[in-house]
Design a protein. Structure first.
Length: 276
């Protein structure tokens, strides 16, 4: 991953805020820790370790959330959300809606999603002439797949009965929704990387709304088809956004470590001004 410094006029920003600015003490601590690792080894090593650390935190949190879910669902009626959502999905079905939901299932499924991830990441990498976009988008996809497999191994939940579902039918465990985790993780990271180089607020809003609508549509389509219960989808959104946050944070640290002022700022861990 490149450590090239951005030109001041081409600073990476999200809605006007430079993502290399960290105002909290934990944030400044992470910046300096990442910078020291990058200085002693390489930027790639620092980012890889950051992703591993973030992945551990997200995996432990996801496993804990799944365990709590499994423990309370019978006692507190979490699954009471599922039957009404499935009934609503069945009422909303139509030939056009089913076709659209089936198309979404294929695009964000086990074949379409890796192709989308690698294709979009490669396009960003070629456009920016650096490998880091592909690396971070791939990390988002690989992490979401790992969380899906972890959840399905821990909770062997049955999917809605085929009599209540519409094709294409699924046969793996239901919890959590892999399509939803993949969409939330990858689309969030892609939107972040694209917005970084947008210079018009209208473009930033369009990318954010488009990504959010896509993530919502993927989750809703799984309930409409009867491929998943609503709580499968809700956990998919939660875990997917959690992992995307870890990937985005690591990328921000990568950009900050490449900035010319980071080394000087990190010499004083107790300063009161933010790292910029």
């Amino acid at each position: 991953m490149s450590m090239n410094e951005d030109h001041p006029d081409d600073a990476p920003t999200i809605f006007g805020k430079d993502v290399r600015t960290w105002t909290s003490p934990p944030g400044r601590f992470l910046v300096c820790a990442h910078h020291r690792i990058a200085h002693r080894s390489s930027a790639g090593t620092a980012s890889t370790l950051g992703l591993v650390a973030g992945g551990v935190v997200v995996a432990v949190s996801t496993a804990a959330a799944i365990t709590v879910y499994d423990d309370v669902t019978g006692r507190f009626g979490v699954q009471r959300l599922d039957a009404p959502a499935l009934r609503l999905g069945k009422r909303l079905r139509s030939p056009a809606a089913n076709t659209a939901a089936g198309t979404i299932a294929r695009l964000f499924g086990p074949i379409g999603m890796p192709l989308l991830t690698l294709g979009a990441g490669s396009a960003l990498a070629l456009r920016r002439r650096r490998a880091e976009p592909l690396g971070f988008v791939t990390a988002a996809g690989a992490g979401s797949l790992a969380m899906t497999l972890l959840g399905k191994q821990l909770i062997h939940r049955n999917r809605p009965p085929h009599r209540d579902a519409a094709p294409p039918y699924e046969h793996s465990p239901s919890f959590p929704s892999g399509h939803t985790i993949n969409a939330a993780s990858v689309m969030s990271v892609l939107a972040y990387l694209i917005i970084l180089r947008q210079r018009r607020r209208r473009g930033e809003v369009a990318v954010a709304v488009g990504a959010g609508a896509t993530i919502a549509a993927v989750g809703a389509s799984r309930v409409l088809l009867g491929a998943h219960w609503f709580t499968d989808v809700a956990m998919g959104w939660t875990a997917g956004f959690g992992w995307a946050t870890a990937v985005i944070t690591t990328h921000r640290l990568h950009l900050t470590a490449a900035h010319r002022r980071t080394q000087a700022n990190c010499e004083d861990q107790h300063r009161t001004t933010p790292i910029t």
